[in-house]
Write a new protein. Structure first.
Length: 212
């Protein structure tokens, strides 16, 4: 069985950059590593991503939002993540189940237990082995998003209060499940963040007797 490493955190924390760097480093050390993202990773997932992040869908109901994320995730697990894990690969995923719990649970106020049951159904038992929380203050993360030059998404336009609730959920989740979560200060220089991420991954690989 392989290893599933996920990146989570508020907007502007550097998840995409750090997941790419980690993937490159793993490949450089000779591991079979698969880089993917959510929503996305499959044809269905990428189509759903357009719906979920597009600015024309601001009135999307929270329940519909959660179900769309979860449907894309079910396809992602079945077609990409589980097959890779079954052949012993390391999967690096930019967002996964915890994003639904944080955004639709913490942010939107949907019942977390219901959302968890929905994720269990969608993933059929696939859950992260290690989750990296790239934590940044909300105002810092949103300022980074605005300065990046990338198109803003529907979530970028949400209120600061919404993003504060999302960040609070992440921090709470990491505190209650420290064996899975590794909290990294996303305000550090990117190279320092990358080294901290790498050390956390190596520690997990060592536990699994997979270190090279």
């Amino acid at each position: 069985m392989g290893l599933l490493v996920t990146f989570e955190g508020p907007e502007g924390g550097g998840k995409t950059t750090q997941s790419r760097w980690l993937h490159r480093r793993l490949v450089g050390y000779g591991y079979e590593a698969v880089l993917t993202r959510e929503p996305g990773g499959t044809t269905l997932g990428e189509a759903v991503r357009e719906w979920l992040l597009g600015l024309t869908n601001e009135a999307l109901a929270p329940q519909a939002e959660a179900l769309l994320h979860t449907a894309a995730r079910a396809q992602h697990v079945a077609c990409v993540i589980r097959p890779a894990l079954d052949r012993g690969a390391i999967v690096v995923c930019d967002r996964f189940v915890d994003s639904t719990l944080a955004y639709q649970g913490g942010g939107r106020g949907l019942d977390e237990q219901m959302l968890r049951a929905l994720q269990d159904f969608a993933t059929q038992g696939v859950w992260p082995d290690l989750t990296i929380l790239l934590d940044v203050p909300v105002e810092v993360g949103l300022a980074r998003r605005r300065a990046s030059g990338e198109p803003l998404t529907r979530l970028d336009r949400e209120s600061v209060a919404f993003h504060e609730r999302v960040r609070a959920w992440y921090r709470m989740a990491a505190a209650r499940e420290p064996e899975r979560w590794q909290v990294v200060d996303g305000q550090q220089p990117a190279e320092d963040v990358a080294n901290e991420v790498w050390n956390a991954v190596v520690a997990r690989l060592t536990q699994r007797h997979l270190v090279r």
